[in-house]
Design a protein around this ligand. Structure first.
Ligand SMILES: Cc1ncc(COP(=O)(O)O)c(C=O)c1O
Ligand code: FES
Length: 391
């Protein structure tokens, strides 16, 4: 069976060129970059090169790049640092649609006496900037808003948000979880209002377990992990050298190919969306009217179960995701779709296809061929679906 992988917002394949770049650093050049001898020096040089490559993709300076273990660590480090820098400030602003890496931390903070504002989104997943404007005050330590949503692909107007934080925040930090944005849309820290940004290697064809916290020059920072002097005292722990080198290569590839590839990826995503909407009745795009990442399609089929769709697709070799919490054993539909007010019946039947540069037109053809009969079959099987079809 030919596998069709359209779950790239969950994780991506390591690019062969990335693997080739990191491979010698396991068994041949395994030195510790902090060692004085030539063996460590060789690795240090390669880590420096990787730092330059990451910085270049972000329009940042290499000193502003702190390597971490993952996107989650970067998110935690950014928010916790802000609270330590401003111990007297007790207010944190985020959104209802953040990844759990931010949302769980914020909800824990609210249990510990912090005031946490979770900004709402409208039916298309868009923020109300007036709500943000009203929320920011002199007690706000940090505003953390994701650049792009992992489930719907909806892109937030980060620079407009940053301008509001800078205008009203009395020095409050602005952090963005850009884990889904980096490599998919161009970002430029040189002209940005962002103070701190998180990214994760495994979303852009580097391996799992490597992340970055971008930390703007001059922004005060308290490290999350303390110990050795790595990363200029901003993140202790011996560097994940192979991961760093891999991420450097992945960023270099992303910078070089982003324009062409994303045009092609968007073409495939748009065709998939168009065809599915025309072939399957009572389907709707989650976040369809908002600005979205070029690779993401979250589509709701009324009166069917997300899991059932995924299981039947999986039998055909097609990997997608349901964008619902029930994949993790709960019966609640996704917090993102709920925040958008997507009706229960649609939220449950939502499927996310997320493409990458490794997808082909044949992959899109296969989904267009396989999915409509799957939905038809499931609707016929379900009592709700039957009633609904007979209406
Ligand atoms: C928006 C967003 N933030 C954070 C993360 C967490 O990244 P990591 O898996 O590297 O911890 C993810 C990945 O699932 C994500 O999609
Ligand atoms: S129970 Fe499956 S999508 Fe909600």
């Amino acid at each position: 069976m030919n596998e069709i992988y359209m779950d790239n917002n969950a994780t991506t394949k390591v690019d062969e060129a990335v693997f080739k770049e990191m491979r010698p650093y396991f068994c041949e050049f395994y030195g510790n970059p902090s060692s004085m001898h030539f063996f460590g020096g060789q690795v240090q040089k390669k880590v420096d090169e990787a730092r330059n490559r990451v910085a270049s993709l972000l329009g940042a300076s290499p000193d502003e790049i702190v390597f971490t273990a993952c996107g989650t660590e970067s998110d935690n480090a950014a928010i916790r640092s802000a609270l330590e820098v401003f111990p007297e400030r007790r207010h944190v602003i985020t959104t209802r649609v953040e990844h759990p890496a931010v949302l769980t931390l914020c909800r824990n903070l609210s249990k510990r006496g912090y005031r946490v504002t979770e900004l709402n989104v409208d039916g298309e997943g868009r923020l109300d900037l007036d709500e943000l404007r009203r929320a920011v005050d002199e007690d706000t330590a940090i505003v953390s808003v994701m650049w792009a949503n992992n489930e719907t692909g909806v892109v937030f107007p980060i620079e407009e948000i940053g301008a509001i934080v800078k205008e009203k925040g009395k020095g409050a930090f602005f952090h963005t979880d850009a884990v889904q944005a980096v490599g998919k849309i161009p970002l430029n820290m040189a002209t940005s209002t962002v103070d701190m940004l998180s990214l994760s290697g495994h979303k852009l064809h580097a391996p799992k377990g490597i992340g970055v916290l971008y930390l703007r020059k001059g922004v005060p920072f308290r490290p999350f992990l303390v110990g050795g002097h790595q990363e200029k005292n901003r993140r202790a722990g011996t560097e994940n050298t192979v991961g760093i080198i891999a991420l450097g290569k992945a960023c270099e590839l992303a910078a070089r190919h982003m324009d062409d590839e994303n045009t092609r990826v968007k073409g495939m995503r748009d065709r998939l969306q168009r065809e599915l909407l025309s072939l399957i009745p009572h389907a709707r795009i989650n976040g369809g009217a908002a600005e979205r990442l070029p690779n993401t399609l979250s589509i709701a089929f009324e009166y069917v179960e997300g899991e059932a769709i995924l299981m039947l697709l999986s039998e055909k070799g097609i990997c997608a995701s349901s964008g619902s919490a029930c994949t993790s054993g709960s019966l609640e539909p996704s917090h993102v779709l709920r925040a958008m007010g997507v009706p229960f019946t649609c939220a449950h039947g939502s499927v996310r296809f997320s493409l990458s540069r490794f997808n082909t037109d044949q992959d899109v053809d296969a989904i267009i061929r396989e999915l409509p009969p799957v939905i038809q079959r499931l609707r016929e099987m379900s009592p709700f679906g039957r009633e609904f079809l007979n209406r």
